[in-house]
Design a protein around this ligand. Structure first.
Ligand code: PLP
Length: 368
């Protein structure tokens, strides 16, 4: 790995391959694998990651919004792409770019059907999303008959899959709730099969679902976070490899006299002689203000250096009083030796938020 000369997000494609194979090995050989690449592939690089996943053999992709699916098509991705949360305004693009919408409400069903008619489609593939307890998006069990009636009366669209999303698959204290969600999903899928007189394929598991409820893998699973190296549990994190590594360099070193302050609003005051380093990344790069004021550490030559003072838009300052280092030296923000999960936890958030927040301003370096 090359030494950083500026702020870079290194993306390790070997780590991605390792994580993909780790997850695949948890599944039956015939279970399809959907790779979730929404939000710039969890803050990394959609095109590079999706291309690699296609090469590794993923069967499907999912994104949250239509423009993310369009970007994948522009990048030459040919595998099916499920759009998890499309809005009506994007339905023309969905059809023009061969994307497959999640149909999650009666209104969305009606509107997508209209668009499919306008485009003279026949059996256009859609995915029926059911709410089984997350109460975020999806039809309810009571809607099954209505959906089946509409689908019977209109051949412009075809429900090729039925799916739901678990609310607490990583939460061992919520096993009963999760089992209830899976049972409800099962009931809904069975009823649909009867009413539709064919069997849409089924999928309900996300990353922690795969790890904790593999009996419910059905025909496909949908994984995001584990592909990027995090498993919502320390035990799993040890088996996975982080894809993204955020590195930077020391721009400038300051020798502070006692009582001198650091940064905006003077929120850090030197209790004695201190040495600080300024780093070229800040909240505009995705290191939010909640990581400032001593809560969070970065790694300088393998030693922990706390982020001190308020995080600025383009810079953070760290305390290097006890660390031998020079201007231009490399600093690891997170990655292999300092996990994004641990970094995120210092500010009461999760790896998902930290990773997806790394802004497009940060250069991506691909390690293949
Ligand atoms: C984001 C998302 C996933 C992926 O979840 P991970 O915990 O990252 O594996 C799967 N399914 C749906 C519906 C999602 O929105």
């Amino acid at each position: 790995m090359a030494k950083a000369r500026e702020t870079v997000l290194e993306l390790d494609l070997k780590a991605l391959a390792h994580n993909y194979h780790y997850l695949r090995a948890k599944l039956q050989p015939e279970t399809k694998f959907l790779s979730v690449v929404k939000a710039f592939a969890y803050g990394s690089d959609t095109q590079v990651i999706a291309k690699k996943l296609e090469e590794l053999g993923t069967d499907y992709f999912a994104v949250a919004y239509t423009n993310e699916g369009v970007a994948l098509r522009d990048a030459g991705i040919t595998k099916p792409i499920l759009v998890l949360h499309p809005q009506e305004v994007s339905f023309d693009s969905i059809i023009e770019r061969c994307l497959e919408p999640s149909i999650y409400s009666k209104n969305i069903l009606n509107e997508f059907l209209k668009t499919a008619k306008k485009h003279r489609q026949n059996n256009y593939p859609v995915h029926l999303k059911f709410n089984t307890g997350l109460n975020r998006l999806g039809f309810r069990k009571e809607d099954v008959a209505h959906i089946a009636a509409i689908l019977h009366a209109n051949n412009e669209i075809k429900a090729i899959s039925v799916f739901s999303h678990l609310a607490a698959s990583e939460d061992h204290s919520e096993k009963e709730f999760t089992q209830d969600q899976i049972s409800l999903f099962h009931t809904i899928a069975e009823q649909l099969d009867i009413l539709l007189q064919y069997r849409p394929f089924r999928h309900v598991l996300n990353t922690s679902g795969i790890l904790n409820y593999s009996d419910a893998q059905y025909d496909m699973v949908r994984s995001g976070i584990a592909l990027y190296g995090y498993g919502n549990e320390a035990k799993i994190d040890r088996e996975l490899k982080p894809v993204a590594r955020l590195k930077t360099i020391i721009s400038q070193i300051h020798q502070l006299k006692p009582n001198e302050s650091v940064g905006y609003n003077r929120s850090f005051a030197a209790s004695g002689p201190k040495v600080t380093a300024t780093l070229p990344l800040g909240h505009a790069d995705g290191i939010g203000r909640h990581y400032g004021n001593g809560k969070t550490f970065v790694s300088v030559h393998g030693k922990k250096a706390p982020i001190i003072g308020n995080v600025c838009m383009d810079m953070i300052m760290i305390d290097i009083t006890d660390i031998e280092c020079n201007e231009g030296d490399e600093v690891i923000i997170f990655g292999s030796e300092l996990s994004a999960q641990e970094f995120a936890e210092t500010a009461n958030t999760i790896s998902y938020e930290l990773l997806t927040g790394i802004s497009q301003r940060v250069k991506r370096h691909i390690i293949s």
